[in-house]
Design a protein around this ligand. Structure first.
Ligand code: CAA
Length: 384
């Protein structure tokens, strides 16, 4: 049977950055709490003329430049910071990227898990139509209340993936373990721009979903834990991945020290939480930083508060190094423009009414801009 999986993936982020050491000092917190305790160094913050659409389109552009659009008939956009209750953010991206009219476009939502639902759907579409390719975009802005415990775990970023038969990066294996349970650990009411979170409960709900999904994976004939060479976990903050690995080791009784996924951290320590994109920016980081992965099996755990989880595996393909984009990702991260804490707080508190016309200031240098609201509809432009 032909393998199906991720042919290529790209990461993009927002224009601004906040150094967590500054945030800690301003709040009278030991900076080591964020750097060591949470495992985070900085967090991306979108400018006034950026959002999930501009980041998602910016992530997808290099994929299309490298691989063209032929055979792409589906765009699946995963997010939990959607810009409209009805219209898919994917449609704005479809227009910005100039994709063909003959296209299926839809948005997926289930907290941070939605990109994995989109990936699984893409695998199914390609299995039925092996000549087709599916563009999956995960894009999010993680926002919590100012001065709340969640504040240092904010962030922003997007990942775009091209899902195809005979993939060049990661062939996804067929067995998945899944978990679902109604739990109020983290959610965002319709009238709120920030998430509501029960921090302690969110940690236990994450670890509970991991063990349930693992048991399901094992019961359905998944490989033994010892046959998995590296683990890549959803990373609301990178320390959570360490907790997950420890939890899985305790649950399975296996010694997983050698599969510590240090290389999944560099991008996420910089981006902050990117919700749906977080697992896949961790994967991009692993592929970009570890030269020894060809033929190795990666175990991936996707978590979405509310709460669902999925554990699945993929085999890294020979020659994956030729598709790397580490220089481009590092240049984008290094090129972010620092905000003062006063500027950040003002941006965080800005109102975004949808019932009057307004224009955004021109701030970003990226390929796409959010230009404002006209007749209650969001407006975007391609940089000329
Ligand atoms: N030096 C080094 N480490 C320090 C330290 C210091 N001076 N001070 C504290 N620490 C350590 C603590 O020991 C702790 O580490 P352990 O958990 O390993 O013991 C860590 O820093 C954090 O300290 P606290 O637990 O005291 O932190 P907190 O209560 O202020 O907040 C949090 C932590 C609950 C995660 C909070 O940031 C939060 O609510 N974040 C948002 C929710 C979240 O990300 N949940 C994750 C699971 S849900 C999910 O995955 C979905 C999603 O994306 C949101």
């Amino acid at each position: 049977m032909t393998s199906i999986g991720i042919h290529d993936l790209t990461v993009s982020t927002a224009h601004h950055v906040i150094d967590l050491a500054e945030l800690a000092e301003a709040g009278g917190v030991d900076p080591a709490k964020f750097r060591v305790g949470l495992g985070q160094d900085r967090m991306s913050v979108p400018a006034a003329d950026e959002d999930i659409v501009t980041m998602g389109a910016a992530a997808a552009l290099p994929l299309l430049e490298r691989h063209g659009t032929e055979g792409i008939r589906t765009v699946l956009f995963a997010t939990e910071s959607g810009v409209d209750q009805s219209k898919s953010a994917g449609l704005f991206v479809h227009e910005l990227l100039g994709l063909p009219r003959t296209m299926r476009v839809v948005e997926f939502k289930q907290a941070c898990y939605a990109a994995t639902a989109a990936l699984q759907s893409a695998l199914g579409i390609v299995a039925r139509n092996p000549g087709e390719r599916v563009l999956v975009i995960a894009s999010d802005v993680a926002r919590y209340e100012l001065d709340s415990p969640g504040e240092p775990t904010q962030g922003a970023g997007a990942v775009a993936m091209l899902v195809t038969a005979d993939p060049a990066l990661l062939a996804i294996e067929p067995v998945s373990g899944v978990a679902a349970r109604d739990v109020d650990d983290f959610w965002r009411p319709n009238d709120s721009t920030t998430a509501v979170v029960d921090g302690r409960l969110s940690l236990t709900a994450y670890l509970g979903a991991l063990t349930t999904a693992w048991d399901d994976f094992a019961a359905r004939g998944g490989v033994e834990v010892a046959e998995i060479d590296r683990f890549c976990f959803h990373q609301p903050f990178t320390k959570m991945a360490r907790k997950a690995l420890k939890g899985l080791a305790q649950h399975t009784g296996a010694d997983l020290k050698d599969s510590l996924q240090e290389e999944t951290f560099p991008y996420n320590r910089e981006l902050g939480n990117t919700y749906t994109a977080s697992l896949y920016s961790g994967l991009a980081s692993l592929l970009d930083h570890d030269d020894t992965l060809a033929g190795k099996r990666i175990g991936l755990f996707s978590y979405g508060s509310g709460a669902v989880g999925e554990f699945f595996t993929g085999i890294v393909q020979p020659g994956y190094q030729s598709l790397r984009r580490r220089d481009a990702v590092e240049a984008e991260l290094d090129g972010r423009v620092p905000l003062t804490l006063a500027e950040y707080r003002e941006l965080h508190s800005a109102e975004h009414p949808s019932d009057t016309d307004w224009e955004t200031p021109r701030v970003t240098q990226g390929p796409f801009r959010f230009t404002g609201i006209r007749r209650q509809a969001r407006q975007y432009e391609v940089r000329q």
